[in-house]
Ligand binder design. Structure first.
Ligand code: C5P
Length: 238
């Protein structure tokens, strides 16, 4: 996998309910400094044209739609993501080997293309929610098992909690897996609804290659200043 997918080191989560808020916000950021994460809410409201516009402005885009469906459908959806020119697209490892292999066919592993990463167990799930859906294996084992499946199917890395980053690096033996971690809070910022957080520099030290930060940037009076502070704190951990 090309080292290109290790850039940018920071994705700003664009969790805006109203797509009209995106342009004025994004105008305050520099595409050389950060990527942008578009999730299900914004994509469903703003559609592919919004993603195309962000890509056209030069931002690396993480299309966080966590595909999970029959292999053919996921393959076609991943092709559509590649056609949008996004940097990162993700699928649920719970979709199984055949689904991940189909996604891999759609997202070829080559120098400047889109990278394909897996979601293992959502961090909103705990042991009791796993049991609810019939999974009795300890949560950490389930995460490792799904990450191994993703690695065996040639995926480029995972999106995971920074607390799992080190374990993911042991499983993903490629020289440069993408380990993308949300749940990040710069020192002194509000936790919002996140609980087990790390600071940007702690996440890098813990093995993350890129971090995802939303509200500490989207709600800041000067978002570009927060971006630049975060990048500086990450560089000091290299
Ligand atoms: O605002 P905040 O920094 O908490 O946003 C984090 C972003 O990362 C949100 O878009 C959230 O949905 C996403 N995310 C997360 N935890 C995960 C996976 C994704 O917070 N395990």
């Amino acid at each position: 996998m090309s080292e290109t997918v290790l850039q940018p080191r920071l994705y700003v989560a664009l969790d805006f309910a109203d797509p009209r808020l995106v342009d004025p916000f994004v105008d305050r950021l520099n595409p050389g400094d950060c990527g942008l994460k578009v999730g299900k809410e914004l994509f469903t409201r703003g559609g592919p044209d919004l993603v195309r516009r962000l890509v056209h402005q030069g931002f690396p885009v993480f299309l966080d739609l966590k595909f999970h469906d029959i292999p053919h459908t996921v393959e076609q959806a991943c092709k559509a993501a590649c056609d949008l020119g996004v940097r990162l697209v993700n699928v649920h490892a719970m979709g199984g080997r055949a689904m991940m292999a189909a996604a891999r066919r759609a997202v070829p592993q080559s120098a400047d293309s889109t990278a394909l990463i897996a979601v293992t167990v959502l961090t909103s799930m705990d042991q009791s929610t796993l049991v609810e859906v019939g999974i009795t294996r300890p949560l950490a084992e389930q995460v490792s098992m799904l990450a191994s499946l993703a690695q065996q199917e040639g995926l480029d890395g995972v999106v995971c909690s920074a607390w799992e980053a080190n374990r993911m690096r042991e499983i993903f033996t490629q020289p440069v897996p993408a380990i993308v971690t949300p749940g990040i809070r710069p020192t002194g910022t509000a936790l919002d609804d996140q609980s087990r957080v790390m600071t940007p520099s702690e996440a890098i030290l813990a093995g993350a290659t890129s971090i995802v930060v939303g509200r500490p940037i989207t709600r800041a009076p000067d978002p570009a200043e927060v971006v630049s502070d975060i990048l500086a704190s990450m560089s000091s951990s290299d």
